[in-house]
Design a protein around this ligand. Structure first.
Ligand SMILES: *Cc1c(COP(=O)(O)O)cnc(C)c1O
Length: 373
């Protein structure tokens, strides 16, 4: 059994993928070929934004807009600590300083009350200038954009949606990557919409950001290709990978429904023994991960060991909150700075999640969890 089964998906789309990749091989337009443009139009249409720009990774999709905002070391950008490292790393790479915000226990996402507390603390200390917020759509569930946008407006901060796990999620019909001033997603193979390598995309409605993003994505190019007007990166997306995503987009809506089916089945059969993900009225998740919460670390580790013995894959996202990672030790966060993030890091674990899980496989997974308890 696989934690994420990419092989069954490949068998479903093999003909289409092979034809599209072959077309790129024939045209030999490996960088910025016509498939890249075609994909960008489709992505913008899907997310409901004016612009979508592909790039080399989800990390670049975060770094490039942050570079467009021209961060300095004294600029504070607020980000959850309970997320993948790149959510915060991108701030440091772009020259700013991450300020870690605790999460809501139920949604695993940035807690708006804690966010405002941290903004006030930073303002009060007077050393850093609050500039922006990076809410993360963790495990595929949208962050609380209504509350966060209100706070952003009140303090004049930009919002960069980290939808690297959220692409496909909806709130009242509005899609992930359309919240905030600008959004980032990732096409890493294990994400809900993944290619066969690294990739990502940036979304915005802002003309000004759009022109900065396209410039920074290609070495800060100006109108004249050889007159570079600012510092940028090589952040282009490969044409072959665009061809792969074009094929996968055709089945993506159906796959989202299948993910929903898997999540509903897990919840129905596990909610009596463990804390299962809650659902929100008028919202759908992209179900990047299906994450359970054990009553304590001992119980979590017992279940993981039991599942391993029965040959059932599992994973812990994330065992170390970023503020406790070695790389950020010098920011001076103590051991108990973000209690909810720290507590959940010791209690969460995730089950196999992909659109092709059959009922008998889910039954095996469910009984492995129940027996291990
Ligand atoms: C995967 C991920 C990223 C980084 O994406 P890459 O494509 O791996 O660079 C950033 N943020 C979150 C929340 C992610 O899950």
């Amino acid at each position: 059994m696989q934690f994420i089964d990419l092989k069954t998906q490949f068998e479903r789309i093999e003909e289409d993928v092979t034809a599209r990749v072959n077309a790129v091989l024939q045209s030999q337009r490996y960088v910025m070929g016509p498939e890249v443009n075609e994909l960008e139009e489709k992505l913008a249409e899907f997310a409901g934004t004016k612009y979508a720009y592909t790039c080399a990774s989800g990390t670049d999709a975060l770094v490039i807009p942050l570079m467009a905002y021209g961060l300095e070391k004294t600029d504070a950008v607020f980000v959850p600590s309970f997320t993948f490292f790149a959510s915060a790393e991108s701030i440091t790479l772009a020259g700013g300083t991450p300020i870690f915000v605790d999460i809501d226990e139920d949604s695993f996402n940035m807690d708006p009350i804690e966010l405002e507390k941290e903004i006030k603390r930073v303002v009060g200390e007077g050393k850093l200038t609050p500039r922006g917020i990076i809410p993360v759509d963790l495990f595929g569930r949208l962050a609380d954009y209504e509350a966060i946008s209100g706070i952003a407006e009140k303090y004049g901060l930009f919002v960069l949606e980290d939808a690297c796990q959220g692409f496909g999620a909806t709130s009242n019909g509005k899609r992930a990557c359309s919240f905030g001033d600008v959004a980032a997603t990732s096409f890493f193979p294990a994400k809900p919409l993944g290619c066969y390598g690294d990739g990502g995309a940036i979304f915005t409605n802002s003309d000004e950001l759009a022109s900065l993003i396209t410039s920074i994505r290609v070495h800060g190019q100006g109108v004249d290709k050889y007159d570079n007007v600012r510092i940028g990166v090589n952040g282009r997306f490969d044409t072959i990978q665009a061809a792969v995503i074009l094929a996968k987009l055709q089945i993506f809506e159906d796959e989202l429904l299948e993910r929903e089916r898997v999540a509903a089945y897990y919840t129905k059969n596990l909610s009596d023994v463990l804390r299962t993900p809650s659902s929100v009225l008028h919202e759908t998740s992209a179900w990047a991960q299906y994450t359970l919460v054990a009553k304590d670390k001992a119980q979590r580790d017992q279940v993981l060991a039991g599942m391993k013995d029965m040959g059932i894959p599992s994973a812990v996202y994330y065992p170390v909150p970023i503020h406790q990672s070695t790389a950020y030790r010098d920011l001076g966060y103590g051991d108990v700075a973000l209690p909810v993030s720290e507590e959940l890091a010791s209690r969460v674990f995730s089950l196999p999640m992909h659109p092709y899980l059959r009922e008998e496989e889910m039954d095996r997974i469910i009984s492995a969890v129940r027996e291990s308890l």
